[in-house]
Design a protein around this ligand. Sequence first.
Ligand SMILES: [Zn+2]
Length: 376
Amino acid sequence: MKAIDDYFPKTYEESRKVFRKNFDIIKALWPNAELTSHSIGKEEDNTIDMIYAEGTETNERVLFMTSGEHGIEGYAGAAMLDVFASELADLVDVKRTGICLIHALNPWGMKHFRRVTENNVDLNRNYLVDSSVPEDINKEYERLLKLFLPDGKIKSYLVEESEIRNHMSRGVVSEGYSGLMEAKGMGQFEFPTGVYFGGKEKEESAVFLISIQRKLLSTFSKVIHMDWHTALGPTKEVTMVMSENDGRSDKELKKEYGLKNVKTFSPGDVKGDSTNHFYEIKNLEFPQTRLFSALFEFGTFGTSMSANIREFLTITLENRLYHEGAEHEEDRQKILSEFKAMFYPDDHDWRLAVLTEGRNAIKGVFKAEGLYTIRG
Ligand SMILES: [Zn+2]
């Protein structure tokens, strides 16, 4: 029996090793399974690793699990891939079900404990379908430039923190707090060193993911996609985040998947995210294929307004630290430790909750989507 910490690797390389080793388990169940590694970026040996298998008799559906779209969040995601392979894969009806497991969509970010890619791009804002970004996509962001863009070396954590808090309370933000939340969801496409940067062109990781999405939509009658993330939602609980493209209400989804927390969002509030894009491809090119695609988030700071402000501080200061540095080592440490607390806490109770909540989410999806083998 593995100890809790054994599911949570310390480095990207360690995590990838576990994933590659688990290929043996999958191969025993799906003899046609393949493990592939796809190099990404300028640094050597950063790879997206993928285990892919078709149903042993028919391709009725595929279980598609992705991790590490937001680099550092991939550690919890990798724990779920490990849980799937070592505990749950043998419950799946292999005759009718394919699988596609992806380790580290953003390997550079995972290796360096950042959310973004080596080009400072938030991959979940990088999928605009027509690749033409409207000029005025994020007016709020422009009003808030002072908050979002790095502004010199960090002299003092406490001073920076109180400045950001002052800005937020002085009403610099139009409509205050809600303006900030809007700026975040919409991302921005102009300032490459700012937070929530969606990029000027598609990242290699996005191009790769889109090719896999097309492959799955064209090969299987139904695609069931679970994308693992951290930070959003109630602390130590899992939240399923779905595009309104799905069509079902929060209440229906909670009941069908046996989940306490479900959040739906409209494509109007979040620009360039991968889930909406997946639905767009399906609707435009593969209207006959059925798709269930959702993010599963493990909450860290919580959902209160103060938690949201703490998240904002953490994300902007980490970005500034990365681009401009800090004068004092203790400030650097403080910023990095807040960042880890937000996306990959070194906390026994949180990790236990990830395993428990994540298992339940997978089982809920198995049950609702009929993936279990019917015995007897
Ligand atoms: Zn995320």
